[in-house]
Design a protein around this ligand. Structure first.
Ligand SMILES: NC(=O)c1ccc[n+]([C@@H]2O[C@H](COP(=O)([O-])OP(=O)(O)OC[C@H]3O[C@@H](n4cnc5c(N)ncnc54)[C@H](OP(=O)(O)O)[C@@H]3O)[C@@H](O)[C@H]2O)c1
Length: 257
């Protein structure tokens, strides 16, 4: 039977790669993000490449009313959502707590935590009605260990981890699976967004390391989604070979090889 997935933050990075992976595996997909043009381009590409249906929904996940409106107004055939990938998110700034910009904090909390809550609250009733579904929450190694200057970004990802566990417990009786995927360094637009377009600063976290790609993370997400019905992967941490956790890196790896 044809399945449908909704992927937030599919205009770039991990979300875009996940949309491609699911389309490749025959899913019809709903792709969201703010940049409409990028969603349209991706939609056209995936439709022609994989012969699946793609619905592009451009909206800001921080806007509670808009999130609920978008899901409520989905055509009936798109309301049968089997998979929700809560991926939209960002880091804004890398500063000591005492120096950080409060607007950056608001942006991260509103997107990574509140946005994830809104879309989940809107989609979960559709899953409960069908007594089936799988939610994948994209957390981070930043949700496992706090690192220097990571303060509120790490706080939001610790929150995603806790929300993931809470969903798993509360949705148990509804037959809905819940998984968190926590990547380490992935080369996407993430760092460019964190450093507000400063390419030099954005390259620093990846120096001397071969980072993960969006496709590496999409493969892991697909592994969790593609288990037999009775199997739930509760959480996965995935890092580059040269990264042990949020803090320890082997930055010589690329130079040595
Ligand atoms: N890259 C890493 O090293 C890394 C590591 C661990 C975890 N993660 C997590 O992985 C997820 C995806 O990040 P990425 O690395 O793929 O970064 P990315 O390339 O910057 O992609 C982020 C996506 O989130 C969307 N997004 C951001 N703010 C949004 C908003 N207000 N409303 C709707 N969509 C929004 C962006 O779309 P628009 O800009 O078009 O709105 C984009 O599609 C995030 O949750 C991030 O925290 C990343």
């Amino acid at each position: 039977m044809k399945k449908t997935a909704l992927i937030t933050g599919a205009s770039a990075g991990i979300g875009k790669a996940t949309a491609a992976k699911l389309a490749q595996n025959g899913f019809d997909i709903i792709i969201t993000g703010r940049r409409e043009r990028l969603l349209r381009d991706l939609g056209e590409k995936l439709t022609s490449q994989f012969n699946v249906k793609v619905l592009e929904l451009p909206f800001d996940i921080r806007d509670q009313a808009e999130v609920f409106k978008q899901i409520k107004e989905l055509p009936d055939n798109w309301k049968q959502i089997d998979v929700l990938v809560n991926n939209a998110g960002l880091a804004a700034g890398l500063d000591k707590f005492q120096d950080a910009d409060i607007d950056d904090w608001e942006t991260m909390i509103d997107t990574n935590v509140k946005g994830l809550l809104y879309i989940s609250k809107a989609v979960i009733p559709l899953m409960i009605k069908r007594k089936r579904g799988h939610i994948v929450n994209i957390s981070s190694t930043a949700g496992k260990e706090v690192y220097f200057k990571g303060n509120v970004y790490c706080g939001t990802k610790h929150a995603v981890d806790a929300i993931n566990k809470a969903m798993r417990i509360d949705l148990l009786e509804e037959g809905i699976k819940v998984t968190s995927v926590s990547p380490g360094l992935v080369e996407t637009e993430f760092s460019l967004v964190r450093f507000k377009g400063d390419r030099e600063k954005a390259g620093i976290p990846y120096a001397g390391i071969e980072p993960l790609t969006g496709e590496d993370v999409a493969d892991v997400i697909w592994f969790a989604l593609n288990r037999p019905d009775h199997v739930n992967i509760n959480e996965i941490i995935v890092t580059p070979k040269a990264q042990a956790n949020s803090i320890y890196f082997n930055r010589e790896q690329v130079i040595r090889e």
